[in-house]
Design a binder for this molecule. Structure first.
Ligand code: SF4
Ligand code: SF4
Length: 511
């Protein structure tokens, strides 16, 4: 068990007593030189020579480049509307985990060096000198933000703390304080093609194994192809889908849907990863390099369409940034000029009546749905506003008879982060992850108690991994988190499925 206290759950969120510095010890491991260099950052797990000048130069560059950041530095009126909206504040009570206080860590330095008042009357405007202590505090608290953007929904000025966090992390990486976990993962994507460092032969084996498993299970040969030139669709999915539970059950589901729809598809060993941790470290150059792999793979394989699997932040990057980072996608089928979400594809198949569904296969479960932050607050899944909320629920309800939503203030655009997003899904931040999961765990417990919910479905690889880890700490079991396409997979009946059983029964009857 944990060597810190797991917060108590309540029927309604309780605003914690504000405490100073109770999480100041929490910080992820710093990236050593090998994990800095490969991303174009200097340093070796610590401040570089002349770091102060580099910090201010980088901050100045960003203020000039990103108008939003400059506006966010100036317009906060300290109204307090965001203070109790962050899951990390609710779970830890640390004053600096209030979104406004988190922004202020950078704002105070901005004021000191970039405003008239801060230069001449720093104390009057709360400006501070840039010191080692200040950047150490920044490293800690900007890694206690999952960039989930919940606070921005409640800010009357729309200040996006996630954007401030991303800017701060990028600046810190440029002065030698990059984060080991995210940088190491990006390095693996560059070298091998995915976050897990799964090489092409291992990937081929895994997909072959899945084909055998599905055939054994349902008696139908469903294909899980790799690097197949000329396929219609390139599936870009998080590498956790290739082996982790419950992710892999979702991948099995995508394959069954493609099979039923009669389309050809393939995974690429070159772009065998949907995740883009360049977003988490706030660095557009790395985000772009990761994105270009997908473009190259799509061109090499000659696909007509790109579909993303269940991954929250990957979908945010695909939906919001991919065109700018790696477009134009003019070589794709003009009917599908931008990447599509797998749920959009499945929803369309349901509308066209081409999926044969037996909902009763999921009757042993009562479901609820966790809206993943990056999908909920940064994208759509279909073409209309709010489709990121309605389409997942529509698909779940099409394949399950028992579904209940969690409390309205904890879903849709007010959804709570799982606690492990934004590059924080690392063991060195376990205390933060467990405490930050509190609001979601409370909402889940309430529907378990009131509605008899047994399982929670999600469409994000990070959420699934995080919940698998934290559910047991809150008195639940790790298998209570499921993939949405796992539910589809259980309910879908493919042509020829069960034929062997029927013919065996016929033979028995005839005998
Ligand atoms: S973006 Fe999310 S994690 Fe970051 S301060 Fe806002 S609510 Fe907290
Ligand atoms: S809600 Fe917005 S304006 Fe109000 S304190 Fe928070 S960041 Fe500042």
């Amino acid at each position: 068990m944990a060597d810190f206290e797991i917060p108590e759950t309540h029927e309604f969120p309780v605003i914690p007593t504000v405490m100073e510095g109770v999480m100041s010890h929490s910080a992820p491991f710093l990236a050593k030189a090998q994990f800095q260099e490969q991303l174009g950052f200097p340093g070796d797990a610590g401040l570089i020579e002349g770091w102060k000048e580099v910090f201010l130069e980088k901050l100045g560059e960003m203020l000039g480049k990103y108008r939003s950041l400059l506006v966010f530095m100036d317009i906060c009126v300290k109204c307090g509307a965001c203070t109790d909206k962050c899951h990390y504040f609710l779970g830890t009570g640390d004053a600096k985990n209030m979104p406004v206080a988190r922004q202020d860590l950078l704002r105070k330095v901005y004021r000191r060096y970039f405003t008239f008042a801060g230069k001449y009357f720093p104390k009057l405007v709360g400006a501070v000198d840039l010191t080692e202590e200040v950047v150490t505090e920044m490293y800690s608290y900007y890694h206690q933000c999952s960039e989930c953007r919940r606070c921005s929904v409640f800010c009357p000025y729309g200040i996006d703390t996630a954007e401030v966090t991303m800017a701060a992390r990028d600046i810190l990486a440029h002065i030698g304080m990059g984060q080991k976990y995210s940088n190491e993962i990006i390095g693996k994507v560059f070298k091998i093609g995915n976050n897990l460092g799964l090489p092409e032969p291992a990937l081929a084996d895994t997909l072959e194994g899945l084909e055998e498993e599905v055939e054994e299970d349902i008696g139908v040969k469903v294909r899980y192809p790799l690097d197949e030139k000329g396929a219609d669709i390139l599936l870009v999915t998080p590498s956790a889908d290739f082996f982790a539970e419950p992710h892999v059950d979702g991948l099995i589901g995508y394959g069954k849907v493609f099979h039923a729809a009669g389309v050809s598809w393939t995974v690429s060993s070159k772009a065998s990863e949907a995740a883009n941790f360049g977003l988490f470290i706030g660095n557009y150059e790395n985000m772009r390099e990761i994105s270009l792999r997908i473009r190259d793979a799509a061109k090499e394989l000659g696909v007509k369409r790109i579909i993303f699997g269940e991954c929250g932040h990957a979908w945010r990057v695909a939906y919001s940034f991919l065109n700018t980072l790696a477009g134009p996608w003019d070589f794709l089928d003009p009917n599908y000029p931008v990447p599509q979400h797998i749920l959009d594809f499945t929803s369309d198949c349901l509308d066209r009546g081409i999926l044969n569904i037996d909902k009763s296969e999921n009757d042993w479960m009562t479901l609820t749905f966790h809206d993943s932050c990056n999908v909920a607050r940064a994208s759509r899944i279909g073409s209309y506003p709010g489709s990121q909320f309605t389409i997942p629920r529509k698909v779940i309800k099409a394949v399950c008879n028992n579904f209940y939503d969690m409390a309205p203030e904890t879903i849709h655009d007010a959804t709570f982060c799982c606690g492990g997003g934004g590059g924080l899904l690392t063991d060195d931040l376990m205390e933060l992850r467990l405490k930050g999961a509190l609001p979601r765990m409370e909402a889940l417990k309430n529907v378990i108690d009131d509605k008899g919910v047994t399982h929670m479905a999600a469409i994000c690889a990070i959420c699934k991994s995080q919940f698998t880890k934290v559910l047991p700490y809150y008195g639940m079991t790790m298998d209570q988190i499921v993939s949405v396409h796992q539910l589809v997979s259980s309910a879908i009946i493919l042509e020829g499925q069960g034929d062997e059983d029927e013919s065996a029964a016929d033979t028995e009857e005839a005998a």
